[in-house]
Design a protein around this ligand. Structure first.
Ligand SMILES: [Zn+2]
Length: 65
């Protein structure tokens, strides 16, 4: 299953697994990045492909409610 385009223009919230500091970015940003550096704790947060799939699916379900 590819990362589909339906979340591309949607604002998604992702929390740092280290300190829970949230970031909000468009789906298109999450599709292209492999990770980011947390602005609060400076941890290198890696977001793998499977993680992106699960993350997108979670937001998709939230939007249906
Ligand atoms: Zn952090």
């Amino acid at each position: 299953m590819p990362l589909s385009d339906d979340m591309r223009d949607v604002d998604l919230k992702f929390e740092c697994p280290n300190c829970s500091y949230p970031i909000v970015r468009k789906g298109s940003w999450f599709i292209v990045i492999a990770g980011y550096i947390c602005a609060k704790c400076r941890a290198k947060v890696r977001i793998g492909y499977q993680e992106k799939l699960a993350f997108f699916e979670r937001h998709r379900k939230l939007r249906r409610q």
